[in-house]
Design a protein around this ligand. Structure first.
Ligand code: HEM
Length: 208
């Protein structure tokens, strides 16, 4: 367990803006799924989900310290020991994603990717009704995980006495100075999001 010293920058602009873009697009896509009238909105937000996940995966390899997969994807035993610590007096603290949260992040990214790819294929008449069922299944499972994700954010914020939601806006969390990251430059942010929008645009253009 590390000793908390001060508030440090943990989530860079790309993680924060990328998160809210993914969350917003996912929610819009989910809510517009059933309506014929909002079909195009559903397709556009689905393409944005796809692009946001693809770029987040890239950032998971080349991004800042706490954004990298090597930093938060750990052996399942660490996730179990973290979950056990929640009901013990010796609560584990992790400056980035905790080990259980790391697996939830991977689940959210994988299911969002699966839902967007199967949706794109179904819309382009690839795979027939069977794939359409997979699309619905992946999206519903992702929605369940989103609910668990939001509940976990509320519970961890309470147990750790730290506002994790605010941290996803400001980027700052409790941690020791040697764990802080440097903010991404404006050029980096612009480059990242122009690539993301381009991926979404090309995905959308190839919708029949
Ligand atoms: C609207 C309600 C939501 C809230 C309040 C919320 C809040 C948060 C917070 C506080 C974190 C940081 C957790 C930590 O400190 O370890 C986080 C991370 C994350 N959330 Fe959400 N979230 C929401 C919706 C979603 C949705 C709809 C998705 C995807 C379908 C999503 C996907 C993710 C992912 C992938 C991360 C990891 C961020 C990264 O490392 O890039 N969230 N969320």
């Amino acid at each position: 367990m590390s000793i908390m010293k001060t508030k440090i920058l943990v989530w860079d602009y790309i993680v924060r803006l990328g998160h809210w873009l993914l969350a917003g697009s996912f929610i819009v896509a989910y809510l517009s799924a059933e309506s014929e009238r909002w079909r195009m909105l559903h397709v556009v937000s689905g393409c944005l989900v796809f692009a946001a996940v693809v770029m987040r995966v890239l950032w998971g390899f080349i991004g800042s310290r706490h954004a990298r997969f090597t930093h938060f994807v750990t052996a399942p035993k660490h996730a179990i020991s973290y979950l056990k610590s929640l009901v013990s007096p010796d609560l584990e603290h992790h400056t980035g994603h905790n080990p259980a949260g790391g697996w939830a992040v991977m689940g959210l990214l994988s299911l969002s990717l699966l839902a967007s790819i199967t949706g794109w294929m179904t819309y382009n008449n690839i795979g027939g009704t069977k794939l359409g069922k997979w699309h619905e299944f992946a999206a519903n499972l992702a929605w369940v995980l989103v609910i668990v994700h939001i509940a976990a954010v509320v519970i961890s914020s309470y147990l750790h006495k730290e506002n994790l939601l605010a941290a996803m806006f400001t980027g700052s969390r409790k941690g020791s100075l040697n764990e802080r990251i440097k903010e991404v430059s404006l050029v980096g942010v612009l480059l990242y999001f122009s690539m993301l929008i381009s991926i979404a645009y090309f995905t959308y253009r190839y919708v029949q």
